[in-house]
Design a protein around this ligand. Structure first.
Ligand code: KG4
Ligand code: ZN
Length: 415
């Protein structure tokens, strides 16, 4: 099904004659859970030897969202090329790999995309006699920052992406305790839908940007961030769950009203869209801050006397406003905040390879030779469910005030 080019075969033949036998573990990572085909090769100390990403964003933006069978088709069309480019970048032959890590769960769109990655991983594993390491996509986001920075276990982790919003306490590469999760939309999903409704892609600058990125950029030029009101979801629930559907629906209402008042044509944008974006960002960030604050207060004793760390990851962690707010919040609890460098916040193959390396270093029994037993799983919980324990603690919090950027933009109303 998958065939290598003649050019790559030549590289393989040359390099298999001079494999270095005294070297670090080298792992290939394959990511296809959503709309990015990502493949990377890493050494066990986090050195990225090759990292290639084929984003489908330009294609999906034309259709106003991801169409799962098209995403699957594009993964299939691109995966061999991405693999070959990655080997070329790393100047390596597949024989030199020690293992192949691949995302098998959960699938942000549909399992269809995951299946392409797993099939390709099995093909490589069989052909070159390599073990496979199945990887949970959200666990991979959670550990990614450790690839580049020295962050010890345990740490609190906030995972914010287009498909998920989760708070987890992480004790080891495989020990996650789930403290909070989205009850409806994920924050990235809300940003993407709102940006489309606002018609930001009509502006040439944003025509190929994702919604979150466009909203962040537009917010920088706001003159009156308090021009629009947004709700503060779940304010009366003393747990750490998230809800972004209320903010999204309120955003749609705000846009509709503003369009009516301003007489905006069907192919136009409200003139104060930058104020709108800043207000929206403020509301999303405030909600993230409050839920993270409760999770921090809940887990403070779990850090014992060790350093306290908060790791923020996933595509929305790219957002500097949100990261600044969370850093400001965590500092009140003597807690250091981290995120991966920007190219690694969003989906990529390096995070999958790194997760494979962490798993192998913890326990080599994660290496799987029983390829046929491995399958994808569209829905897969993140660690041990502690949602009820958090809710039962009924922790009351005195909210930490917003950080500098949003003074004057605390326009949230208690829903
Ligand atoms: O982690 P990711 O690459 O894919 C999923 O696993 O979902 O996250 C993609 C999401 C998109 O919804 C996008 O709007 C959001 O990350 N995103 C951002 C920013 N960059 C990407 N959201 C807010 N601010 C950003 N700068
Ligand atoms: Zn992701």
């Amino acid at each position: 099904m998958f065939t290598l080019s003649i050019q790559l075969r030549r590289i393989i033949q040359k390099s298999t004659n001079c494999i270095n036998t005294v070297r670090h573990l080298v792992v290939l990572g394959i990511e296809t859970s959503c709309d990015d085909t990502g493949i990377a090769i890493l050494t066990e100390n986090g050195k990225v030897l090759g990292n290639v990403l084929n984003s489908q964003q330009k294609f999906h933006i034309r259709y106003g969202g991801i169409i799962p069978p098209r995403a699957e088709y594009l993964h299939r069309m691109k995966i061999v090329e991405v693999f070959e480019r990655c080997l070329q970048e790393a100047q390596m032959a597949p024989e030199q790999l020690d293992a192949v890590a691949v995302t098998t769960r959960p699938g942000s769109c549909l399992p269809l995309s995951l299946i392409v990655g797993l099939r390709f991983a099995k093909h490589i594993a069989r052909k070159y006699k390599k073990p496979l390491v199945p990887v949970h996509h959200m666990e991979a986001h959670g550990l990614q920052a450790r690839m580049e920075q020295s962050i010890g276990y345990p740490f609190l982790c906030l995972l914010i992406s287009g498909g998920h919003c989760q708070l987890a306490f992480v004790r080891s590469p495989t020990e996650f305790a789930l403290l909070g999760q989205a009850l409806d939309d994920a924050p990235g999903e809300a940003f993407d839908k709102i940006a489309r409704r606002l018609r930001l892609p009509l502006l040439p600058k944003y025509s190929y940007w994702n919604g979150g990125q466009a909203i962040e950029d537009a917010a920088k030029n706001a003159l009156n961030p308090a021009a629009f009101e947004f709700p503060l979801p779940l304010a009366h629930y003393r747990d750490c769950n998230f809800s972004f559907a209320g903010i999204k629906n309120n955003a749609f209402r705000n846009i509709r009203n503003a369009e009516r008042l301003q007489g905006t044509p069907p192919d136009g944008i409200i003139h104060n869209y930058q104020d709108f974006c800043a207000g929206l960002l403020g509301a999303v960030s405030r909600h993230l801050m409050n839920r993270t604050q409760r999770a921090l207060q809940f887990t403070l004793p779990w850090f014992e006397d060790g350093p306290r760390s908060l790791v923020v990851s996933g595509g929305v962690a790219n957002n500097d406003f949100i990261f600044e707010d969370l850093t400001h919040l965590a500092a009140h609890f003597d807690c250091q905040t981290y995120r991966p460098s920007k190219k690694y916040c969003s989906d990529n193959g390096a995070m999958i390879a790194w997760n494979g390396i962490e798993q192998i270093k913890q326990n080599a029994s994660c290496l799987r030779w029983d390829y046929d037993e491995l399958d994808v799983c569209g829905k897969a919980p993140l660690g041990v469910n502690m949602l009820d324990a958090v809710a039962q603690a009924k922790l009351k919090c005195k909210w930490i005030q917003a950080s500098h950027w949003r003074k004057g933009c605390d326009n949230v109303i208690i829903a």
